[in-house]
Design a protein around this ligand. Sequence first.
Ligand SMILES: [Zn+2]
Length: 623
Amino acid sequence: MRSVLGVLPILVCVGLMVNGVRLRGRLRRLETLPASGRPVDPDHEFLVAAGVELTEPGRRAASYHASRDKLDVLDLVPADLTVERALDVARMVDTRTYRADRCVPGRGAFQALLVRSEILDAAGIERREGFDPVELVDITERLKLFAAGSTDLAVLPGLRAARDDAAMRVRVQQRCYRFTRRFQVFPFIPQVCTAIGVHVNRPWGLAATALFWCQPFFVCAGRVPLSPRDLIRSPIVRLLGGVLFVVHSVRAGRAQAVRAAEAKAAGLPADPVKHAARQRRAASRATYGRDVRAGLDRFLGEERDDCPWCGSTDLSVRLDSPDMFLRKPGRFRLEGCAHCGHVFLNPPLSRVGHEFYDRDRYDGLRADVGERVLAVIARDRRGQAAAVRPFAVPRSWLDVGCRYGHFPNAAREVWPATVFDGVDVAAVVQEGVSRGWLDRGWRGRLPDLAESVAGHYDVISKFGYLERCDDPSAELDAVTKALPAGGHLVCEVANAECHQARWLGRFWSGWAVPERSHFIPVENLLAALVDRGLRPVLVRYAAPRGPGDLTIGLLFVVAAIAPRPMPWLRQAAGPVQSVAWAVMMAVVSPLLALARLLDRLARRRVHRPAFAGTCFIIARREV
Ligand SMILES: [Zn+2]
């Protein structure tokens, strides 16, 4: 045991070195803006955090660089950023790929931004000054959505960073890592290992400690465009990190209390943003309460006694499940056809049911989480966009069920010259157009549109869409009508015939009731395509996009025992629920790490129909 623990500080030394090289490389690739004599472009505006000094020559230099490099958003990194902030920039931004990667969230130093006025208007940002760095995190993320391929960061000499504060730095990290909390925990792992190492393997333990203290010199000294103002004293800052955090937190807490008292005296809420969020949740809670009291039966349509695919009446119950993802009230039954194997939601959702169960899924209260999920999945789909290459060079592409247009946005990296349009029943399709992700957005369903767009598109894609439409046969007919001869259908469907769909039961993420209501066996789908003159040219089984079956299954277990308080659940948000959830997460986190690893392996290895959760198909419309 002792010898195993003795290896820990050696691993820490290797890890610190490797990570140091990685972070240094990222900082070295940052560009430094040269001075410019040209006036500032009138279309360029500057958003600056309180306490940051941005001079006129600095504005000119930034404006010239943005015009020359055709950038709409430029994060200005002060060269005198403190060491820990500089390291944070290197940790958060892969400077090699950041500009070209349309799907990563907006990141930077959160001190000052240059933005084209048009982008500020589109993003609905009206304020221009007095931001704190946490607010700039949100703004940078939002701006990146509207300038997906024209956002970058660069060092601006002469720009002076705001006074740094350990408490604010933690708040910025919490905001940035709100979906990936593990990144906030990772930095403590080497410290724990070093502490153990000092006791069991003193020489290496001390070496690890020394390396940890000197890492800032290694990363930031010498030929790096940054010259942190506290580089010399950084070992002391690192040593006293915890103490500084407490001192700064107490100071920030006092300032906050004074502001809150002033606001209260003036009859205003202490924190207007939190107050508005609380009111929104209360209103939503009241609406959900009314909806549920009016009865859940109206959310379901008429029960069928025959299979929607083949008409057979030999049906049996395949799954009885609640809404596992959102945990909205109601129970759903999936029935399977003994004749053709089609599985479908019976009874299906009614029109009001769709509205009720889809509300706050990717918009409203969960817009933030929903966007994050869609962005991660879309980033993963770039390979699928590239899979079209051997068969066609698309000039125009229609994504059906596109929501905001996350897939077209990601696919533009692969097909920069292609026109991408989208169609969806949800209103968010218009947001996709204003972000520049979609060239054109149609609101509605493809069958209503097929006639008017016939022959327009070289490729029509449907990712996870046939499962959630009301009538898959009509959707396939519409594709046949819309595609020209030689055009391609690109689609991905859930493979409900895989083993884990049986083994995990309602904990299999692929079921996703009530969002999904049709599961077409792949053989049936291929036959249906051939019947319509669509010849399959590529059929590839794979693990699902996103976190993976085991990870989501485990999160379902956590949510079943300690659900996160949501306005549609009976219990209100309170400290007890939050603590219960945090405890559950702490207990299962080792299992989650294992599940993540297995899912990642599955994504690389699993391509057999028996174990793959999805099937990806490209079919060509024959003459
Ligand atoms: Zn059937």
